[in-house]
Structures are given as C-alpha cells and as structure tokens.
Design a protein around this ligand. Structure first.
Ligand SMILES: Cc1cc2nc3c(=O)[nH]c(=O)nc-3n(C[C@H](O)[C@H](O)[C@H](O)COP(=O)(O)OP(=O)(O)OC[C@H]3O[C@@H](n4cnc5c(N)ncnc54)[C@H](O)[C@@H]3O)c2cc1C
Length: 486
C-alpha cells in the first residue's frame, strides 16, 4: 500500500524540477515533488540567471540574436554531435519562458554577456543584492511559491531511491522520509531532475576520468550525487555520456578575495609546468576553453603570471575584462589580499622577487620560463608571434614582486547521462520512450557534446527551466491519456 498517490512524481526541486512541477500542475496534473535537501533551488541558488533568445530585453537592447542564429552557432560549435531537435525546441521556447517566469513574479536586470565575445543571452535575475552570485535564488523562490499556489505537494528532506515499474510502465517512486522511514509514492509518471553527479567523486571518476580534488575542482553542491541518473538507468533509460560542465578554477577559488581572482583571471602571461605558453590568453575569459586547455597540460595545471607594474595598472585603471560573477570591480587591495589568502593556507598563490624564484616556488622549468618571459616581453614591443594575442592585452613581465596563481580544471557540476528526446521523454537504447519516465535539467543535459557552450551564457539554467517545462507538459499529457484509457 503506497504512502502517497499522485499522477506525477517529480524527483528534486532544483530549477528543472520546480519548473516541471509548476508546468505539469498548470496543465492540470496532480504533482508530488520529493527533494533531498531542506530547501529547494539546488545549484541554481548560487547562480545568476537563465538563457533567453529573442526576448523583449534583447529587442529593447537592440541585440541581434535570433533562434536561427543561436541554433546555427550551437550546432556548429558541437559539430552536430547532439540532438538538434531538442536544442531547437529549447531555444524556441526560451523567450516565452522568460515571460512565464515574469508572470509568477521573477524580475530580470536585462540580458547580459558573460565575456566580451559571448552573446547577451544571460537573463540575470533581479535580487535585493544587485547583480551578482545567488541572484537566481529569487527565481527559485518564485517557482516554489507558484508551485505551492497550484497545489503541488512538497516532501522535503526526502531523497528518492528507486523508480518503480509494473508491466514495463513507471508506477511509483521509493524514497526515504525525513524520519528515515521508507515511503512509496504511487504515480503514473516520474520526472527525474536530480542535478547530476557533481558531488560524487566516484561517478566523476568512472564517467569522466577526472579525480576530484586532484585534477578536478568542480563545485560540489551537497545532494547532487548522481541519484537521478542512476535511478533512470536502472529504470531502463539509455546511459549516454556524463560530462563535466567545465569552468577553470583558481586553487581555492571559493575563499579567494575578489581582487585576487579578478587580476589573476586577466589575459596576461599563462604558462604550463614546462614554462611554455599554450594559448592566446584572451580566450581565458571563456572559462570552458581555459579549463579544456589546462586539462591538456602536464599535471593539468597552469600558472597566470603578473608583475607589480601590471598590478599597479589594474589598481589605477581597473581590470581589462570585467566578470559579472565577481561583481566588485575594485582590485585596490590586491597585494594585501594575496598575502592574506596565502596566510590563510592557499597553496596556489605565489609571490616572488625574481622569475627564477617564481620558477622554484611553482615547479615550473626555470630556464624555459626565463626564455618565455624574455620572448613575451619582446612581443609586447612588437607582435605576439606565438599565439597572436592582441596588442591591447600584451603587458611585459618586468618588475618584482611577481605574482602567480595556479589554474586547474573545474566546473559547475556534471551534465548528461540520461537519453531524452525533444519531448523530454527518457528513452532506452533503441531510442524508444520508457513509458512514464521523463528527465530534465543537468541529469539529461546532453546538448553540449564535450564542451559547455559559454558563447550563449545562461545555457545550463536555461536548459533546466525549459526542459523542466517540456517534461511537465509531456508528462501531464501522458497521465491524462493513461486515465482516459483506463
Ligand atoms: C556557482 C554556480 C553558479 C551557476 N550559475 C549559473 C548561471 O548563472 N546560469 C546558468 O545557466 N547556470 C548556472 N549554473 C548551473 C545551474 O545552476 C545548473 O545547471 C542548474 O541548477 C541545474 O538545474 P537542475 O534542476 O537540473 O539541478 P540542481 O539545480 O542541481 O538541483 C538538483 C536538486 O536535486 C536534489 N536531489 C539530488 N538527489 C536527489 C534525490 N535522490 N532525491 C531528491 N532530490 C535529490 C538536490 O538536492 C537539488 O536540490 C551555476 C552553477 C553553480 C554551481
């Protein structure tokens, strides 16, 4: 005998699950949502906002972005290695989703770029703190309130454990309630949206080859331990690659003062352990590109180096490239902030009186680093023969103290694992929908191929909200059809 009976059970209350619950309830379905944590919002509580394409904000800002342009960019970027129908449906719906969110009280600051070369598709949510991290928690609050208004029942601190099936169809969810009691929810459809496996070093190792804490430093949101992908696979969904949503990370980034992350993230000299450059540092602003490039270096590490003249220049004039995630552009405390971070135990920051000493401290090959710095300083007077960096970013490394910060591969968590089609039906290895099983958000985000598409920022939260809605629509239709058939 089930403890609860409903039409649709949504596994998890991140933006994908919340959007699925709201949409399914708006389409007339009865919904129970189970969430492992004590609060809803998932990883998105740390983020700033979702993607939208062709929105009224972009029109007002006279931005030239259309579904056609974004779709073509996306497909070329991924070499068509992905499901174009799913991307098309997601992009096409994304502008109306911004209106849908506004109708439930979400406000937006506008449409923003993440870095100069990206498109302004990032719809940053208005919060009481201005533009900055955690703004999207205001979107999650509005989704939660709307779901409650529609009668969605929330079972908090109730991790789902298993998806139940009878006669080949989904028929329920097994979970553990906040008192540790095993419960059963009978339902005819399940939407899986449990946020991927960013907090599961074992899954990361098995699926991607990275070792968490050694060569992978992704955000590990407590609770995102890969339960959703595992449950869906066990219920018959096809196992497609799980990947890291890559974003390079300075060692100990969570505790670094903004000025340190800001200055060491600027497009100055970047070298590997051989003391060699390996990219046009201007591309560092695309943190996915940087993470990919660092992953290909010895011991998956790279060092950003500045001298005291560059630091002084930034302290006087501000940094070259603004990052909205580090919303405070003031870098005037940099020298003290580096010292303080080192005293607080950061092992990835270095201050040296000479290039030789910097090489000894970091383990970079000394002779090679001296030669690289020499050549780089020459390029500053002429052109970057090596990687064609634009003149405006070429500043010589001449004057002590020299500072270095260690970059490692990192990411926002994992994406992908469950095969879905454009209706967010979870599909088996024959691409046939598993009856009653749906998936959305990070668990089913198979649209980036091997690299997160930062040129269209807001992409992963955008995918979560939009696929959540699609899953909610499709599941509501399915449960209605099931009832009509009975
Ligand atoms: C620091 C940071 C900043 C970010 N900023 C942005 C941004 O500005 N724009 C953008 O597009 N993307 C951003 N992202 C990524 C974005 O937040 C995610 O893509 C998005 O949250 C994924 O949504 P989701 O609903 O699939 O999963 P999540 O938001 O991760 O939610 C998953 C939920 O599942 C729950 N759960 C897990 N297992 C179970 C279980 N067994 N039973 C029940 N519940 C379970 C978890 O507790 C969690 O609440 C950011 C990520 C991070 C870490």
């Amino acid at each position: 005998m089930a403890d609860y009976t409903t039409q649709i059970c949504v596994i998890a209350g991140g933006p994908a699950g919340l959007s699925a619950a709201v949409q399914a309830a708006e389409n007339g379905a009865e919904v129970i949502l189970v969430e492992k944590n004590a609060a809803v919002g998932g990883a998105a509580n740390m983020g700033m906002g979702p993607l939208g394409i062709g929105t009224k904000y972009q029109k007002r800002q006279m931005v030239d972005i259309s579904v056609e342009k974004a779709f073509n960019m996306f497909m070329e970027y991924t070499h068509y290695n992905i499901d174009g129908r799913l991307v098309k449906r997601y992009f096409e719906q994304s502008a109306e989703t911004i209106d849908w969110l506004e109708d439930m009280g979400v406000e937006f600051e506008g449409a923003f770029k993440y870095f100069t070369k990206s498109e302004p598709t990032w719809h940053i949510v208005k919060s009481d703190q201005g533009i900055g991290p955690r703004a999207a928690s205001f979107m999650n609050k509005a989704l939660y309130a709307r779901a409650q208004e529609l009668g969605v029942k929330f079972l908090m601190e109730t991790p789902a454990r298993k998806i139940l099936k009878k006669d080949g169809k989904v028929c329920g969810v097994q979970a553990v309630d906040k008192n540790g009691k095993e419960i059963e929810i009978a339902c005819s459809a399940v939407i899986v949206a449990a946020g991927g496996a960013g907090a599961s070093p074992e899954t990361i190792k098995a699926e991607t080859g990275y070792t968490w804490g050694k060569d992978m430093f992704n955000f590990a949101i407590p609770g995102n331990t890969g339960d959703g992908i595992r449950m869906a696979w066990e219920a018959g969904a096809d196992h497609v690659p799980v990947r890291i949503e890559q974003a390079a990370s300075l060692e100990g980034i969570d505790d670094l003062p903004g000025s340190v992350a800001n200055i060491l993230g600027q497009p100055n000299l970047l070298v590997n352990l051989f003391g060699k450059r390996f990219m046009d540092e201007e591309q560092m602003q695309n943190t996915t590109f940087l993470s990919n490039a660092v992953s290909h270096q010895k011991h998956r590490v790279a060092f950003s180096i500045v001298d005291s003249s560059i630091v002084k220049y930034y302290m006087r004039n501000g940094v070259d490239e603004i990052c909205l995630v580090r919303s405070n552009p003031d870098v005037s405390d940099f020298p003290d902030a580096v010292k303080m971070a080192k005293e607080n135990g950061n092992k990835g920051l270095f201050i040296a009186d000479s290039i030789e000493q910097l090489a000894e401290m970091t383990g970079i090959d000394k002779e090679s680093l001296l030669e690289t710095v020499d050549n780089y300083n020459d390029y500053c007077d002429s052109v970057d023969e090596e990687f064609f960096k634009r003149k405006r970013y070429l500043r010589p490394i001449l004057k002590a103290p020299f500072y270095a910060g260690q970059f490692r591969p990192g990411g926002y968590g994992t994406v992908g694992g469950i095969r879905i089609n454009e209706n967010c039906e979870a599909c088996d290895a024959e691409f046939e929908p598993v009856p009653g099983l749906y998936a959305a958000g990070a668990d089913a985000c198979n649209i980036y191929d091997d690299s997160y598409m930062f040129l269209l920022p807001g992409n992963s939260m955008g995918f979560a909200v939009n696929t959540g809605r699609i899953a909610g629509m499709t599941a509501a239709e399915y449960v209605q059809d099931q009832e009509n058939a009975d």
